[in-house]
Ligand binder design. Structure first.
Ligand code: 5AD
Ligand code: SF4
Length: 467
């Protein structure tokens, strides 16, 4: 009988993409995916350790699987990803029923490790570093029309709060030809939107090339943007200190590169930024952002902000509010600082900010962020935007949901202005024009105007209900 696997993902887009690879590898090994953990033969946890209590969550899930494993000893449990890379033997010490522990650098071996564990018993295998960018692994994509494309792994920065360099290793760029071949293959498969992934995409290429000038991120952006069949290019995340004029120019000049920039601020206080090792000041950040806005009319800007970094004073926090006020973000991901063992900031424990102060600051920050977000979303009302349809909305099967080029979610009924279209014309992956009629801080409402001429229609595997 075909063995069935389930992959649970914690963490960032990089991890979600890694999970697609794990799924691709297991499918290539003859297994079948299932959503049902209870009946799966193999359960893989792809873990994260960047923030908060990822450990507690993982061990909670593992604890619940203990009874299942006792009932069905042939069930295999594997733990991979950043937390596994960091904790190694600790995982099996805390959860002895785990069969396989693998790290961020040997994900490609997951199927072989599971097979080995069936014959030899539990396996813990972590390697320290990749020597070069690993060759492409099979991928089982979550959707048909959009895809992540890794352009770089690891990170050479030393942000003092961040565990990533420790668990993902040093920065390695993928060869430009390999990236382009993957994008061309995806386009041939019907993918029209790609998101380029890296911890610090702007330093792409620094480690490549000898002799001739090595390609930079701007070159890659232009080349990916020109691949036939690709209508939208996104990327995440650039580091503000490396956001070059060349990248800003490439964004502006490539029609397919979307009008959205995710530019992590982290803090608006120069003192905190220096202690974080971020390599820029608030003024320089705003100058880079200003240049990006000047070159790209209609740019949506989002960010990441950490509240309660060790030693953050009220004046420091007000510095963050001032930058948020000036930047006027479309959205911000706000995080409570959480010490990561082994990072420099975790050693500043005598300066930890009291939880109550952090809560209060977080409330004030979110209020300001939402005020600007609402203003930015309301500014879209009345306009017509191109929307890439994702499918029926989760709340109502008769409403469609999709995203604008600025990456804003839009919900709309598939008719309007006297026009009614057949469901298959606006299935997931199709492009439609939508008139925006309402706004909230995290989504837009609209009405269908027309399908976009020239956009390819993608046959859909997802059933769609249309009233
Ligand atoms: N505590 C809180 N937030 C963190 N981030 C990274 N490390 C930490 C930490 N120790 C946030 C940063 C980063 C995002 C991916 O996660 O804002 O940009
Ligand atoms: Fe972490 Fe800084 Fe690297 Fe981002 S740039 S992954 S925050 S060390």
């Amino acid at each position: 009988m075909t063995r069935r696997f389930h992959v649970s993902t914690f963490g960032c887009q990089m991890n979600e993409h890694d999970s697609e690879r794990i799924a691709g590898l297991l499918a290539a090994d003859g297994m079948e995916a299932t959503d049902d953990v209870e009946t799966a033969d193999v359960v893989v946890f792809n873990t994260c350790c960047v923030r908060e209590n990822a450990d507690d969550r993982l061990y909670g899930h593992l604890g619940r699987l203990k009874a299942l494993k006792a009932e069905r000893p042939e069930l295999q449990i594997a733990v991979g990803g950043c937390l596994a890379q960091k904790d190694r033997e600790v995982v099996r010490a805390r959860a002895g029923h785990v069969d396989v522990v693998f790290g961020t650098h040997n994900l490609g071996e997951v199927a072989a490790l599971l097979r080995r564990a069936r014959m030899e018993g539990p396996v813990v295998e972590i390697i320290e570093e990749y020597e070069t960018y690993p060759s492409a692994l099979p991928v089982r994509r979550a959707v048909d029309h959009a895809s992540w494309v890794t352009i770089q792994i690891g990170c050479d920065n030393t942000c003092t709060y961040c565990i990533v360099p420790k668990v993902r290793g040093r920065e390695i760029s993928r060869r430009m030809g390999d990236v382009l071949r993957e994008v061309e293959q995806l386009a041939a498969d019907g993918v029209s939107e790609v998101t380029l992934l890296g911890q610090n995409v702007n330093s792409y290429g620094r480690d490549l090339g000898s002799g001739q000038r090595s390609p930079g991120f701007a070159d890659l952006l232009r080349a990916v943007g020109a691949v036939d069949g690709i209508r939208r290019v996104r990327f995440t995340s650039p580091h503000p200190k490396d956001l070059s004029a060349a990248t800003i120019e490439a964004m502006a000049e490539s029609a397919t590169v979307c009008e959205h920039l995710h530019l992590p601020l982290q803090s608006g206080s120069d003192r905190v930024l220096a202690r974080m090792h971020r390599g820029y000041t608030a003024e320089r950040y705003l100058a880079r952002l200003g240049a990006a806005r000047a070159a790209n009319a209609d740019l949506a800007v989002t960010t990441d902000i950490i509240v309660g970094f060790p030693g953050e004073t009220e004046a420091d926090f007000e510095g963050t509010l001032a930058v948020v006020e000036e930047a006027g973000y479309d959205a911000a991901y706000t995080f409570v600082y959480s010490p990561r063992e082994g990072t420099d900031a975790a050693a500043m424990s005598d300066e930890f900010v009291p939880a109550e102060t952090v809560r209060d600051r977080m409330g004030r920050l979110i209020e300001l962020v939402e005020r600007h977000a609402l203003r930015r979303y309301e500014a879209r009302v009345g306009g017509v935007e191109e929307v890439l349809v994702e499918g029926p909305s989760k709340k109502s099967p008769t409403v469609l949901t999709g995203r604008t080029r600025q990456n804003k979610v839009v919900n709309f009924p598939p008719r309007g202005g006297g026009a009614t279209v057949r469901a298959e014309e606006i299935g997931p992956g199709s492009y439609v024009d939508v008139r925006i009629t309402g706004a909230a801080p995290h989504w837009l409402r609209g009405e269908f105007v027309a399908t976009v001429a020239g956009a390819r229609r993608v046959r859909t595997r997802i059933p769609l209900t249309v009233e």
